[in-house]
Ligand binder design. Structure first.
Ligand code: HEC
Length: 143
């Protein structure tokens, strides 16, 4: 139709390249544009929490947590099997001692000498029992 207004074509937004931060930026600008102060405070709080390290440092070559005693454990406990076999187990100090005794009795593990208490501390500290998923059973007594 003559005289009808020309509708300009929508400009094509070109998304060039990989933009991994794009959704983050969108969320950020959305949240910061919120009039609510508590929303902004909440966002800043979440950002800080997310920035905190969730996991202790792990040595990628052994899979073991880097903490006091790590060097001794790496030296004594990764000769026969992977450190991952160590890291995937959990026990209290006594349980770890029993595993070490078992390897000494049956698998030719040598005496650990002065390193033993250091290793036990490391294992109990970093690979202690996980908190139980359930509450403890009720202490019920019937009269
Ligand atoms: C002399 C060799 C040797 C050394 C050194 C050694 N282990 Fe082992 N360990 C073994 C053998 C063999 C097994 C059994 C592997 C299997 O079942 O495949 C084993 C198994 C284990 C397991 C698995 C136990 C289970 O119940 O599945 C753990 C945990 C472990 N070792 C921890 C350690 C720790 C901690 C040290 C260092 C103090 C250590 N090992 C040093 C030989 C060794």
């Amino acid at each position: 139709m003559p005289g009808s207004p020309v509708i300009p074509a929508k400009p094509v937004t070109r998304i060039s390249g990989f933009q991994p931060l794009r959704p983050l930026r969108t969320a950020l600008s959305y949240l910061l544009a919120q009039p609510s102060k508590s929303a902004r405070i909440g966002f800043v709080f979440c950002a800080i929490v997310q920035a905190l390290p969730l996991h202790a440092d792990t040595d990628p070559s052994t899979g073991l947590v880097i903490a006091p005693g790590y060097e001794q454990v790496k030296a004594q406990c990764t000769a026969c099997h992977s450190g991952r076999l160590v890291a995937q187990n959990r026990a209290d100090r006594d349980g770890w001692l029993q595993m070490i005794r078992w390897m000494q009795d049956t698998q030719n593990l040598w005496p650990l000498g002065e390193a033993e208490p250091v290793i036990l501390n490391y294992l109990a500290e970093n690979y202690g029992p996980l908190p139980r998923g359930r509450r403890a059973p009720l202490d019920v007594s019937f009269e």
